[in-house]
Ligand binder design. Sequence first.
Ligand code: SF4
Length: 310
Amino acid sequence: MPELTNDFSWSRSRDATFQECRRKYFYHYYGAWGGWAADAPADLRRLYILKQLASRQMWAGRVVHDAVEMALHIFGEGRDVPVEPFIADVIERMRGEWRSSRAGRYRESPKTLALFEHEYVLDLKPEVWQALSRNVATCLRNFFRLPLLAAIRATPPEHWSIEHWSKLFEFEGTPMWIAPDFGFWTADGRLTLVDWKTGGADPDAAAFQLGCYALYAREVLGVEPARVDLLEVNLREPQVTTHVWDDRRLEAIREQLRLSIRAMRAYLVDPAANVARVEDFERSENVRICRWCNFRVVCRPELGAAGAPV
Ligand code: SF4
């Protein structure tokens, strides 16, 4: 197997981490690199395990996305999905993942679920977890009832993209990880790209994300914005919002990407080799975000480690 190298690539989550806190960005994309090896030095391994932590809301979002993807695969094979047994199965698997996280299995197997709430021993009432699984069930029930789903199923599955035509492409020499959650071609030759949402979203972040999908359509599939419908589907409400894009807005996205890439590279001690030094990445001054940061225990130990109130 070729040796893994930490090459620079752009993604929306990388951009969001960079905007949130430079030090967090360093830990996530540089400090934790290589920590997957069981024999990695203890401090490196620690950062890698912290990097994997997900908040309960992130976890719920992931569960819904995975379940929707699975259901679309089943529909794509021409089979039906028995809705309530399917949802019951998803919730049962969530319970298993939750137990695994609470038992701290992720410390030995970092790819298994690692909840922030467990690592930092937050004292949450059972009702909080129950509300989370209820929210997952609601999102999935809403998904199965969507008129959009009926519209998708009325098109041939060969025109769907569940796992995507491609997730990685080059933008002006930088590899980009951008892919919509789902895409399909309509009977009248339009490309529809879908973003499933399970919670409230910051409108600016959502617009940027959809703009990235418009770029994806242009660069990967060669489809101009005028032939693309970008759908933001809030499964909690449920609500489908269609966004239109044009060449001018697409150029604004390109510019935003250029700025983001330039800013990230400017922090590197050796941009060509993608080498970073921790001391070049300042810590956030907003201690409120530190309380919910995966790396709190190593970065701001004064805020308390496991079990400290947040
Ligand atoms: S604890 Fe605060 S300063 Fe440190 S990495 Fe996290 S957000 Fe940044």
